[in-house]
Design a protein around this ligand. Structure first.
Ligand code: HEM
Length: 415
């Protein structure tokens, strides 16, 4: 295997990691550029970290904020004439306490492990229906990995799934917008207006549904949030819309990649698919190993509220500490043989769902959907084989495929 050389300048290291040419396999570039010591990009007010210990420390750090309005970049933009209202947000993913705590608590009730376990029969039924479509077309992403989480989040929230052609497109654009905080990368400016328009469209679409729930409540999360507002909880309509949008887009854009990445990992590691088909009890371990080895969320960041010391590195107040989670999961200091996909490795920790106050609210749902879908897929098609190269989406923060062609009637793969 060729070992990529470490690019000399921090800017070149950053670009090497996000080069579209390595989208299918960014891990050698991470090894070369991201595992080494943290590196600063002062012109973009960023410090980039790729070791497990550093990323873990950043996620737990009391001075690590998520509200963009605390960043030097945004403050400079406002000082330079940008409208402060453009940076207002009601999404608790990017809010700090006390707003984060208040809004997260309201949504949390619907995502408790107990409530999620109750969805098992419904998820199994949806998976069974979808498997028929996978058998017809052979595309695991389009016919299983994508529609499953979409159908489930639509039912939970109360969004009509028939509107998917409209909201699916908007959701994709909004997910791409997560990369907009990476100003150092290529032509991310391209399509920015389209992404902003998609977010506005989604907001109006959900606001309209929420208004309908006011006059005719149903048994769904949107109605529950409206009821909380009417019962005097401190919650505005903007906050209800933003919470629904966050859950809706998270439900669309993440679990699809977990199911897709696990399918590909099993098909490209001889024996893994057959082992899973023969023993469904392996699937939770396959899912956890996929979350480590090829995590759907590759990047996150925190804004230093005051000078923040991570390991030996200072992140200046107002700068962003960017975490390369995909690199942290291949860190030799944390894992034995980190580049091997090995569902049988002894118990380990990972950061695929984050850590601390913003730990993924949807983790129990994502795990349940992935285990159910992959168990059914492997046991129904025990002799599946890869039928061509997968196609990756251009996204950097959320890594995943748009197409994964699979032959579902092939002979068993060689062990
Ligand atoms: C495999 C699938 C998923 C992965 C890998 C994933 C990953 C993550 C990560 C890394 C974070 C933390 C971000 C940070 O700290 O900056 C997060 C937060 C979050 N996730 Fe997920 N997620 C997944 C599925 C879901 C699903 C299905 C939902 C809900 C429908 C969801 C809802 C959320 C919410 C609401 C937050 C924000 C929590 C907060 O700020 O307090 N996620 N997720």
């Amino acid at each position: 295997m060729t070992v990529p050389t470490i690019p000399a300048s921090p800017q070149a290291r950053f670009e090497a990691i996000f080069d579209p040419a390595v989208r299918a396999d960014p891990y050698p570039a991470f090894r070369a550029a991201g595992h080494a010591a943290p590196f600063a990009l002062p012109e973009f007010n960023m410090v980039v970290f790729g070791s497990y210990a550093d990323c873990d420390q950043i996620l737990r750090h009391p001075d690590g904020a998520v509200d963009r309005r605390k960043s030097t970049l945004v403050r400079n933009a406002i000082a330079g004439g940008a409208d402060p209202a453009d940076f207002d947000t009601h999404s608790f993913l990017i809010l700090d306490p006390p707003d984060h705590t208040r809004l997260r608590k309201l949504a949390q009730k619907a995502f408790s492990p107990r409530r999620i376990r109750q969805l098992q029969p419904e998820i199994t039924t949806v998976v069974d229906e979808l498997l028929g479509r996978v058998a017809d077309t052979g595309d695991v992403i389009e016919n299983l990995a994508y529609p499953l989480p979409v159908i489930v989040i639509c039912r939970l929230l109360g969004v009509p799934v028939e509107d998917e052609p409209r909201f699916g497109h908007a959701s994709k654009l909004i997910a791409q917008g997560l990369d907009d905080f990476l100003p150092a990368v290529g032509d991310l400016d391209a399509g920015r207006q389209e992404r902003l328009d998609a977010a506005t469209w989604m907001y109006d679409y959900l606001r309209e549904l929420i208004r309908e729930r006011r006059s005719a409540p149903r048994d769904d999360l949107m109605s529950a949030l409206v009821a909380a507002e009417e019962a005097g909880e401190h919650l505005t309509e903007d906050e209800i819309v933003a919470t629904c949008e966050l859950l809706f887009v998270a439900g669309h854009e993440t679990t699809v990649n977990l199911i897709g990445n696990a399918t590909l990992a099993m098909l490209t590691h001889p024996g893994q698919w057959n082992a899973a088909a023969e023993n469904p009890d392996r699937m939770p371990a396959v899912v956890e190993e996929t979350l480590r080895w090829d995590p759907p969320v590759q990047l996150s960041d925190r804004i230093a509220e005051r000078d923040m010391i991570i390991g030996d590195t200072v992140v200046p107040a107002g700068d962003s500490a960017v975490m390369l989670l995909g690199a942290a999961h291949r860190d030799h200091a944390e894992y034995d043989r980190p580049d091997d996909f090995d569902p049988d490795r002894p118990a380990f920790r990972h950061l695929a769902f984050g850590h601390g106050a913003h730990f993924c609210l949807g983790a129990p749902l994502a795990r349940l959907e992935a285990v159910t879908a992959l168990t059914a897929l492997t046991s129904r098609f025990p002799h599946a084989q890869l039928a061509g190269d997968p196609t990756y989406r251009p996204n950097v923060s959320l890594r995943g495929m748009s197409h994964l062609p699979v032959t579902l009637t092939g002979k068993p793969t060689a062990p």
